[in-house]
Design a protein around this ligand. Structure first.
Ligand code: NAD
Length: 488
């Protein structure tokens, strides 16, 4: 780290095992105070070029290591991050605005687990073999790492999502150039400090910081980066698809959602209400899997709404470093304004805001007056065609509407461009299976939310993405398959 200014944290790119200063920097804000507290390299083509070269140079040695050798290094890295868990959690909370509790219990433990998971799963990968006895042939497949992987991640779950890409990429024997979001770069930079101690050879993991338009696009357009794994917005994914098309790159795209919760009148509300509050407001609603359209069967609509709103009002919004706080700050001033704008539009269209933004007052501690805070907001009587029911808001805002029949709610739930995650609440097992099967959604949670087995595919349909991530899916994405036929 170079000290450009005493007060500010100044990050450097990590290329070929070394921290390298950049010629220009961008400001990064602490969302809970509104102050600039960090400077992030404003990398472009030159820095990306150096990082890709380092990754290319490291590829032959790294890709020829055995899965066991790579696995041991991934496990060591997991141990080192876990040892510093508290420092990572504090940094993630400060950089992103999320509560310290969420960073401590979700973000950083999951980053650790991502490395442990792929350290283990890479040891159990098998290829295929078939026999054609009538023509005296057997066929088998081989899988080999692809090369330099470009990894681009968003700001909502910074280290969690970046390591969800780095771990499988390097476990499979690729080398990587990673670009975290320019708004949340600190924990990636902290991780770089541990790579050497973990035994990750120089050049295997390179991290280039900067904006999407400059650093991200330079990575996407680089001819020596044959695959791009991207998590972020659908709009950016469209741009990445266009820019990478001339190179025919392999793309994995994990994008936005407009996720429904469907609550039938036989649901156990004592489980459903607290879980739906979490699925709507956890991490300030800034999770691609968050619920933002709640369909409640008419018979329990009034009761649900009353109980849901009264519980939402109990969510404590404020200083993210206070362990009693449930809702921290949103990522940026612009994002806060955008999320508020949706509430205003809903009001203008005649919807009712039952709690939160514009209805309840928010008292903030002195140091947080300029932070980007917003109360959990519940909106009712919103029309299905309203932008609040169609577009991803990505903040602590959820819409509640009534429905009558199973057939009707499936159609309404599917009537958006997205298809990432859905939840279904009912005690009727047959109905749960019927509805889950017909929802256009890559993930369906029934009577629960966000319980994940990393072995299984994760990803969205329609505008929510292309490809899946998981033990088998990530292995397939990060390796190239070859079919060999032996005539005997
Ligand atoms: P974003 O698309 O603005 O940015 C994501 C990343 O892409 C950042 O690192 C950004 O710098 C980079 N980027 C931007 N423009 C680029 C370009 N032209 N070329 C290359 N890279 C570019 O998304 P965001 O605002 O950071 O994140 C929020 C979005 O991410 C939401 O839509 C959310 O639903 C989605 N998300 C999806 C998942 C999932 O798994 N499906 C998980 C988390 C977040």
């Amino acid at each position: 780290m170079m000290a450009h200014s005493k007060a500010l944290l100044v990050l450097e790119n990590f290329i070929g095992g070394k921290f390298v200063p950049c010629s220009s920097y961008i400001d990064s804000y602490n969302p809970s105070t509104g102050d600039v507290y960090c400077r992030v390299p404003d990398s472009g083509k030159e820095e990306v070029e150096a990082a890709v070269k380092a990754a290319k140079d490291a590829f032959p040695t790294w890709s020829s290591k055995s899965p066991l050798e790579r696995s041991q290094i991934l496990n060591k890295l997991a141990d080192l991050i876990e040892y510093d868990l508290e420092a990572f959690a504090q940094a993630e909370s400060k950089d992103q605005g999320k509560t310290i509790t969420f960073a401590r219990t979700v973000d950083i433990p999951r980053a650790v687990y991502n490395f442990r998971f792929f350290a283990s799963s890479i040891l159990h990968c098998m290829t295929e073999c078939t026999e054609m006895a009538t023509v005296g042939c057997m066929h088998y497949t081989l899988r080999a790492p692809v090369g330099v992987a470009g990894l681009i991640s968003p700001w909502n779950l910074p280290l969690y999502l970046l390591t969800w890409k780095i771990a499988p990429a390097i476990a499979c024997g690729n080398t990587v150039v990673a670009k975290p979001s320019e708004m949340t770069s600190v924990t990636a930079w902290m991780m770089c400090k541990l790579l050497e101690k973990a035994g990750v050879p120089h050049g295997v993991v390179n991290v280039v910081f900067g904006t999407g338009a400059k650093a991200g696009e330079a990575l996407v357009c680089h001819p020596d980066v044959p695959l791009i794994s991207f998590t972020g917005s659908t709009l950016t994914a469209q741009r990445i698809t266009e820019k990478s098309a001339p190179h025919c790159k392999r793309l994995s795209l994990e994008l936005g959602g407009k996720n429904p919760a469907i609550i039938f009148d036989d649901a156990d509300l004592s489980q459903c209400i607290p879980t739906t509050l979490r699925s709507s407001f956890a991490n300030q609603g800034e999770i691609c899997l968050c619920t933002s359209r709640i369909f409640v069967q008419r018979g329990i609509y009034s009761e649900f709404l009353k109980r849901f709103v009264s519980e939402a009002k109990k969510w404590n919004t404020g200083n993210p470093s206070d362990p009693t706080v449930d809702v921290g700050a949103l990522i940026s001033k612009e994002h806060l304004e955008k999320v508020r704008g949706y509430v205003k539009k809903a009001q203008a269209e005649g919807a009712r805001v039952l709690c939160g933004e514009g209805v309840d007052s928010l008292a903030l501690p002195t140091g947080n007056q300029k932070g980007y805070f917003m109360l959990p907001t519940v909106i009712a009587e919103v029309k299905d065609e309203s932008c609040c029911m169609q577009e991803e808001i990505f903040g602590p805002v959820t819409c509640v509407v009534a429905f009558d029949t199973e057939e009707e709610v499936i159609e309404r739930a599917n009537s958006v461009k997205y298809g990432l995650a859905a939840t279904v609440w009912s005690s009727n097992v047959g109905r749960v299976h019927r509805v889950a099967r017909r929802l256009q959604s890559g993930l369906v949670w029934t009577n629960c939310w966000l319980i994940r087995d990393l072995n299984l595919p994760f990803g969205g349909m329609k505008a929510s993405g292309i490809g899946r991530e998981g033990a088998k899916d990530s292995y397939e994405f990060f390796t190239e398959v070859k079919t060999i036929t032996i005539k005997h």
